[in-house]
Design a protein around this ligand. Sequence first.
Ligand code: ADP
Length: 622
Amino acid sequence: MSSHKFQTEVNQLLHLIIHSLYSHKEIFLRELISNAADALEKLKYLTLTDDAFKSFPFDPRIDISFDKNSNILTVADTGIGMNETDLVENLGTIASSGTRKFLEQITGDQKKDSGLIGQFGVGFYSSFMVADRIEVITRKAGEDKAYRWASDGKGEYQIEEASRDGAGTTITLHLNENGAEYASRWQIEDIVKKYSNHIMFPIFLHYEDTTYEGEGDKKKEKKENKVSQINQASALWKRSKSELKEEDYHGFYKTLSHDTEAPMLYTHTQAEGAMEYTTLFYVPAKAPFDLYYRDYRAGVKLYVKRVFITDDDRELMPTYLRFVRGIIDSEDLPLNVSREMLQKNRILEKIKSASVKKILEELKKLAEDTERYAAFWKEYSRPMKEGLYMDFENREALLDLMRFKSTKADGFVSLAEYKDRMQTDQKAIYYITGEREANLRNSPLLEMYRDKDVEVLIMDDEIDEVILPQVGRYKDIELKSVNRSDAAEDLKSEGDKKAEKEVEPLVKRIKQVLGDRVKDVKASTRLSSSPSCIVADEKDPTVQMQGLLKAMGNADISSVKPILEINPAHDIVVRLKDVSDEAVFADISSLLYEQAMLIEGVKLENPGQFVERLNRVVAKAL
Ligand code: ADP
C-alpha cells in the first residue's frame, strides 16, 4: 500500500466545498453519476471506434446500492475505469486549469455564493460533504489489475492493489451523520430524477423490499432484494418536439449545465433532408462565471448518432456565443472523427452556421419582450457586441439585436427605433463614446445636437469604442461619432459656417500658444453654452480609445493629438479677441484647452501648471 498527499489545490477545493456548498449537499450524487456517465461514454466510444475494443464485453450501466444499517452508499459503473497513474492524476490533483483559475478567482464573499460554485461543477470531492471515508475500487478497460483508492479527505489518500470483476469503477461512501439520510430509496430516487434523469445510460437502484404475508398472528415479514431502473435514459433531443414540455427541456438543461436556475431561452431543431442533425441550445439565465476567461469551458457538446464525441471543442460555437449551452447531434459525421477533422469539417461548418442563425432568430423573438430582453442584454451585451466584429455574415441580424442608451430615452433603444424617429434631413446616426454615462450626458459635444433636437446614442461601454467605427453603417445610414471633428459638419447652417470663418485670426493665435499640445484648433458652432471642446481627427483614436490602447501596452500613440474646437459665440471667446497682453492671452488659451480635456475625463499632464494659471486669471478678475 502506498500513501500520497493531495495537491494543495485539492485541499483548498475540499475546504471550499465543505464550507460553501453545504446547503446543496445532495449534489454529491449528481457529481458521482455524471463521472460514471462520462466513464461509460469513453468506453462506449472505444468499442465503436477502436479495433482493440470492438469485441470488448460492454454492458453500460450505473448501479446504486445502500445499506441503512452500516451507513454505506455505493455507486458503480461499467465504464472505462482507472489504473494506478490515472488514480493519482485524477483523484489526487486538480487537472482542469479552469478549476484552478476558479479557485484563485473566488474570494471572501463570493465563497458563499454557492450558485456560482454549483454551476461550475465540483466533482468527485463533493462527496466528502456527506462521507467521512471514501473508497474507490477501479479497473481500467483492457487491463488486468484493479486498485483500491481510499481517503478520509484530510490531506492524504492511499492506493493498493485490489480485485474487481470486469472494467469499471465502484465508489463506496461511508456516510457521516450529515449523509446518513441518503441511505434511503426515496432520497436517491428523488435526487436522480431531479438531476440525472437524462443521463443516457440506465441507472439501477438496488433496494430491499419488505412485504407482509398472512393476517393477524400469522402475519410474516418477507424481505426481497429488488432492482429497478430509476432514470429515463433516453436522448431527450431525439424525442419529437410535440411530446416535450417546457419542464422536460428545463430538466435536461439542469442535467447538462449543472445550473440550478431555469434557462432564459431554449431552441430545439430537428433537421431532415440533405443534412440530418439535431440541435438543442439554451441561454443560461445568468452569464457563466468563466465568460471572460481565456480558457472558458465550451458550452456545447457534440454527439454523432447519439454517441458522445466531445464536450471541449470551443469551435462548435463562435466565441461570442460562448455562453450558449446545448448539444449538436449529427447523423452524417463518422463516429471516429478526430479533432483535426472536426476543425475544417464541411458538415459541421454547415450545422454551425445554421445554429448561429437559429440562435440569433430566437434572440430576435426574445427582443419583442422588452423586459425579458433587458435581462438578456444585462448579462450578454458584451459578447454580443464582440459578435459585431467577428461575425460579418450575421452583422445585420446582430445590429438589430444591439441596444444603446440614448439622449432621448431612459432605458435602451435599438438602432431601428433611432432610425424611425430620425429627422427628415438627418444624414447620420450619431453617438458619443466615453467613460461615464453621467459625464457623457453633460458633454459639451452634445450641445448642438440638443439645440437641434437630434438624438445621440450614449456609448459608455469601452468595447463600443472599438466596435462602432468598424461597423460603419446601419442599413445604409452612416454611424458617426460626435467625438470626431467632422460629425458636426452635416448639421451646420450657412450662418454657422460664416461665424466660424470670422474668428480665424483668433484661432491662429490660440494655435500658436498651444503649439504641439494640439493637432489643430478650429472654430465650431457645435457648442452653445461651453467655450471649447476636444474632438479627435477623422482617422485618429479618440482620447478614450487612447486610454484603452495605452492600457493594452500600445506605446506609439503619444504622437496622437486632439483637435481643440472653440465656440465663436461664447463670451470668453468673444472677449479674448481683444486681449492684447500676451501672457494673459496664453493663460486663457491654455485654460480653454485644459477645461475641454477635463470635461472629456482626461487626466491633465501638468495639473500644477493648470492650477497656477487658473489662480492668476482669478486673481486678475477679483
Ligand atoms: P471532473 O469530473 O470535473 O473532471 P472530478 O473530480 O469529478 O472532476 O473527477 C476527476 C477525474 O477523475 C475525472 O475527470 C475522471 O478522469 C476521473 N474519474 C472520476 N470518476 C470516475 C469514474 N467513475 N470512472 C472513471 N474515471 C473517473
